[in-house]
Design a protein around this ligand. Structure first.
Ligand SMILES: N=CN[C@@H](CCC(=O)O)C(=O)O
Ligand SMILES: [Zn+2]
Length: 406
């Protein structure tokens, strides 16, 4: 016996993504893991010993494809209720912005979420997380932002952490107190943001916050207001990200880049200056084609500029009850290819390597010795199929930290 690993998988076509371009394919590949981390990723012929002499658990992949576990780096999946009535209103011609200005939109979900106790919120949100996992997700980000006061934001973040613990999946929590102005602070946005900054200190002290986000937009917060929230985050050493330039070019991408932010998300209206600032700061562009699709937007993100300036592009579901009730990251990849003309390879890189980077996680997103043993076995003949099929049970087995999730 050479070494005692917890598990080894052999006979796989590995798409390691551990390369600058391409899928990083290893034919007849093998992976080994111990204590939740990969101990080996390479050709089966390079294994240090016979598989059954290395580990108790040996999986024969039978020639099937294996990729890194997918990372959904932008979700709002903890919420109560739904907004199907607004979907109907929009089909009849109302815009997202009009609905928001008349007290619906985000505030409608705030009312439902405030009325739900922690167990109810957990019970409603858990199936959404399960659906993402079943389609290959092993790490997901979950934002607050439908509580908009201390207790309700805390409850959302606690539910997010509970989801991670109960499913054995990686969950990163993002505080989004600056998502909308609650009615009790109408015309008092500055007072509200002062509270948001106080709550951030408190929630961070309780270990509930991994990053800080805001909605910078005509129907959200202005740049100066967003800056206040970012300064509060910086004072606590927390990374920032931003809902930037979704409906208009408000200069959000440049602002989050100025703070060395992890990501600028949506970015349909980001200007050339914004792209350059992101490139300089290493800020990831998180593309959210589900919201683009549902809102029937027409302004494409500046994809050519992102490519030209080597801004990493991630893809996420933006799972939320208003603009993107989307429960499959693979479906988001499909939409990114169809609407934004990403290549399937860019889409897979966008839900692995670049998505991990958008969360500040250097320990996952590729198949490489030393990284977290997050991987998916797929029922496919080629990686492009991950973006080709609309729905369908493609994931054969999903492993996080070496443990099989489903
Ligand atoms: N744009 C702001 N936030 C969400 C939508 C939230 C909602 O409508 O409930 C988004 O990312 O699209
Ligand atoms: Zn969002």
């Amino acid at each position: 016996m050479t070494e005692a690993w917890d598990g080894v998988l052999v006979g796989a076509q590995l798409a390691t993504l551990d390369c600058e371009a391409g899928y990083g394919v290893i034919e007849d590949g093998a992976i080994g893991w111990r204590d939740g981390r990969f101990t080996f990723v390479g050709p089966r012929a390079a294994l240090p010993d016979a598989p059954e002499r290395i580990a108790d658990s040996v999986i024969d992949a039978g020639g099937g494809w294996v990729t890194p576990g997918l990372v959904d780096c932008h979700t709002h999946l903890v919420f109560a209720g739904h907004r199907a009535a607004e979907f109907e209103q929009r089909l009849e011609g109302a815009s997202y912005e009009q609905i928001a200005r008349s007290g619906g939109g985000i505030l409608s979900t705030v009312r439902a979420t405030r009325a739900a106790d922690e167990d109810t919120l957990f019970a409603q949100s858990l199936p959404r997380a399960r659906a993402l996992l079943a389609d290959g997700v092993t790490t997901l980000e979950i934002k607050s932002g439908y509580g908009l006061d201390l207790d309700d934001e805390r409850r959302m973040l606690r539910v997010a952490r509970r989801i991670g613990q109960s499913l054995g999946v990686g969950v990163r929590t993002t505080f989004l107190g600056a998502h909308a102005l609650p009615p009790e602070y109408a015309n008092r946005a500055d007072d509200y943001l002062a509270r948001v900054c106080d709550w951030l200190v408190e929630l961070h002290g309780e270990g509930l916050v991994d990053a800080v986000d805001a909605f910078a937009e005509r129907i959200g917060f202005g740049l100066a207001q967003t800056r206040r929230v970012f300064e509060a985050a910086r004072a606590l050493g927390l990374p920032v990200k931003l809902h930037a330039d979704q409906l208009s070019d408000g200069g959000g991408a440049a602002l989050v880049a100025e703070f060395g932010g992890l990501s600028a998300d949506h970015v349909e209206h980001t200007s050339a200056d914004g792209v350059r600032a992101m490139a300089r700061a290493g800020t990831v562009a998180v593309l959210l084609p589900g919201a683009f699709h549902v809102l029937r937007e027409t302004q494409l993100p500046p994809l050519h500029a992102f490519r030209a300036h080597q801004v990493p592009m991630a893809v996420a579901t933006d799972c939320n009850p208003g603009t993107s009730p989307l429960l499959s990251l693979r479906h988001a990849m499909q939409l990114a290819c169809t609407h934004f003309r990403l290549t399937p390879e860019e889409a897979l890189r966008g839900t692995t390597v670049h998505a991990a980077r958008a969360l500040g996680l250097g320990d996952r997103g590729a198949l490489r010795a030393g990284l977290r043993a997050d991987f998916v076995q797929w029922n496919i003949d080629h990686p492009a199929e991950l973006c080709y099929w609309l729905g369908g049970p493609l994931a054969r087995a999903v492993h996080a930290g070496g443990h099989r999730l489903c």
